[in-house]
Design a protein around this ligand. Structure first.
Ligand code: FAD
Length: 440
């Protein structure tokens, strides 16, 4: 079903910072719109393409990078078309003249918005999305550790800061495979055509690009005083635990961009390439979407990504899962070990990002990038995915969402819960009109 022509921004409220939009509104459209309105508010961007639907991501309960990164938590007032063609409103929208519909999530009575996320019970045709007031001060931070074993200690050191909201937004800690695949494609020549990537080559590249076994990135948002205080607390928490901790401001980044050649001469590092990578990620933390991340889907391809990237057309395979766990170094270690072992056994590179998603919960996004033009590779990647989610679930780690490749529901669901969901499904969509098997 195509909803791209439903692309209106129906309302923009300058006073309370929200927009009411249709499903065809993309990340880029909203970002440009807010810019035209004077950048008083920031949207939250994901790392997916600029042309992704804001509503599409929110109904998948997707997440971004700013303090408003839990998209479903900042959305309300849905208009939904049911499988029988009836159109309903959620929240206070059930009352025709309710003034608080776009500013109050819960409405009165049962809260039903969730039924239309990660489900096949209706099509969301309108939604209100809350926007983040542009903070007075914004600063990104980056850190890295040399050794894999240091992961537990940094996760445990960061947990209290996420919990007490010194760190207000998702904090991402990527492993060496993940960072390398975002910088360049598979080094086919150096690896002499061998896969998976030999460990000694990985460490060579890690030295060349100056990243460690794990590299973290996030941002601080607030008043000048709040950001200065948060910087101090973060520095204290990571002291002695990381190789390097850097803070990046707009001014600093612009200066580096201006003097990239002299900096390259002084440091001997490929500063222009590093800045080319850093800028889009930095912008994304401020809610500016980018297509740069799509290049990582070309990791195993032998041809360079075109501009703009067209991964589907170019046979790029990308399968990923995300495993949720309480924020704790012990869980981080188990998640990372299971993922690394399983993915390597299947002959792929285990690209991972551990994200401290909420105050209490983290996820490990594990992605397998492969070349669909290699015969049998789709099947091998799917076998790897299947084994990965089986091993993770045996240890109690389940994903926060399923990709369409995970149809039907891959896990055993508690029988009474399954029956309840089926009852909902058969009463709302008795003829199975909408996406049969998608979640329910
Ligand atoms: C490089 C890369 C980076 C990514 N980074 C992120 C990230 O940072 N955060 C993140 O969350 N995801 C990320 N993704 C995953 C994904 O691309 C995004 O979640 C993206 O927002 C999906 O948008 P879409 O427009 O393609 O949605 P679709 O694939 O069209 O929709 C997603 C699902 O929602 C359903 N749906 C869509 N619209 C509606 C509607 N109106 N009503 C009811 N159901 C609907 C669809 O049936 C589908 O099941 C990334 C992917 C890649 C390749």
């Amino acid at each position: 079903m195509q909803l791209v022509r439903m692309d209106r921004i129906i309302e923009y409220n300058d006073e309370l910072g929200y927009v009411t939009i249709e499903p065809g509104v993309t990340q880029r459209m909203l970002c440009e719109f807010l810019h035209q309105q004077g950048d008083k508010y920031w949207m939250d961007a994901t790392g997916a393409s600029q042309h992704c639907s804001i509503i599409g991501n929110t109904v998948e309960r997707g997440c971004g990078h700013s303090p408003y990164g839990d998209h479903f938590a900042y959305a309300c007032g849905f208009e939904v078309v049911l499988p029988d063609g009836e159109c309903i409103q959620t929240g206070l929208g059930r009352y025709a003249n309710a003034t608080a519909t776009p500013v109050y999530r819960w409405g009165v009575g049962p809260y039903i918005d969730g039924l239309f996320t990660q489900s096949n019970l209706g099509i969301v045709t309108r939604m209100t999305v809350w926007l983040m007031p542009k903070p007075d001060c914004f600063q990104a931070y980056l850190f890295s550790v040399d050794h894999d074993e240091q992961l537990e200690s940094i996760v445990n050191a960061l947990r209290p800061l996420r919990l007490n909201q010194t760190i207000k937004s998702a904090l991402h800690i990527g492993n060496d495979y993940r960072i390398l695949s975002s910088i360049q494609q598979y080094p086919w020549r150096e690896a002499k055509g061998k896969t998976p990537l030999p460990p000694e080559l990985l460490s060579q590249f890690s030295k060349k690009w100056d990243f460690g076994a794990w590299s973290g990135m996030g941002a601080l948002y607030g008043t000048r005083t709040q950001v200065a205080e948060a910087r101090k607390i973060l520095r204290r928490a990571l002291r002695g635990k990381v190789k390097v901790l850097r803070f990046v401001s707009e001014r600093g980044l612009r200066l580096a961009e201006r003097f990239q050649r002299p900096l390259q001469r002084i440091t001997g590092r490929d500063i222009p390439r590093m800045l080319k990578m850093l800028r889009p990620v930095y912008n994304m933390l401020k809610g500016i979407p980018t297509d740069e991340m799509m290049a990582s889907a070309y990791w195993r391809k032998r041809t360079a990504p075109p501009d703009p990237a067209t991964p589907e057309k170019d046979g790029c395979g990308l399968i990923w899962t995300s495993a949720l766990a309480p924020i704790n170094g012990r869980h981080a270690r188990t998640l990372a070990d299971i993922a690394k072992k399983t993915v390597l056994e299947h002959g792929f590179e285990p690209g991972m990002t551990l994200t401290l998603l909420t105050e209490r919960c983290m996820e490990n996004i594990i992605s397998v990038a492969y070349d669909r033009d290699v015969p049998g590779e789709d099947e091998r990647a799917m076998a790897c995915y299947r084994e990965l989610i089986d091993r993770l679930s045996e240890h109690g780690y389940y994903p926060y969402r399923h990709g369409t490749h995970s149809l039907p529901e891959p896990f055993q669901v508690h029988p009474a819960t399954q029956q309840f969901l089926q009852q909902l499904r058969t009463s709302i969509d008795p003829h199975g009109v909408l996406a049969p098997g998608r979640y329910i």
